[in-house]
Design a binder for this molecule. Sequence first.
Ligand code: ZN
Length: 227
Amino acid sequence: MEIQPNVYWINGGSSNFYLAVDDAGLLLVDAGMPRREKLVWEQIATLGYQPTDLTRILVTHADMDHVGSLAAIQRETEAKVYAGKETAVLLPNGRSPKHMPWFAQLIIDTFMRYGKIPADCIEIVEPGQTLPFLGGIQVLATPGHTLDHLSYFAPASGVLFAGDALNTRQGLAATPPAISADMDAAKRSAIQLLELSPATFACGHGTPLSGHSADTLMQLFNELRQD
Ligand SMILES: [Zn+2]
């Protein structure tokens, strides 16, 4: 589903993928749960492209539900993977950052692995950098949910790819405290993103949000500042 011109939402069930088209071809933001790559191939075919037209994949953080199908997609497309410094260390090992309640974290650390991403396919991005994609994508440090979390803002199309720094599961909200590494940082990150006043919130979870009122943003902004 097109959420802004040339930006498409792929509903991966428990988490979202976003596919975008620019002059250089296709761009993917995050890569869903394992074995969901078929959803990406379908969207690419619907747009009249080939998997090899996907040349860039941006990663917000290395949780299983955001990088589960990354290895399969990267292998097929040979796309370059863009990730933050700490995420780039985790991806070649199939590991996720620590930020869950202890028992869930134990299960994750013991049993959960996603496909490993070859280190030479990964390009490290730095907060403050603007990537020359989609008319310029700003790389934003948004720690809190995980300490290495990045968000990506494309001012030309007004789309904010917020990963898990915000969600739209039941209205616009910050990452839940129970699954956040640092809630104070998470609130600061959420406020920073609200201040961008994006036209569309394309989060990792929930239906992308467009056409929201300034009141919606103001309400969450005030909640986060009061806590
Ligand atoms: Zn996450």
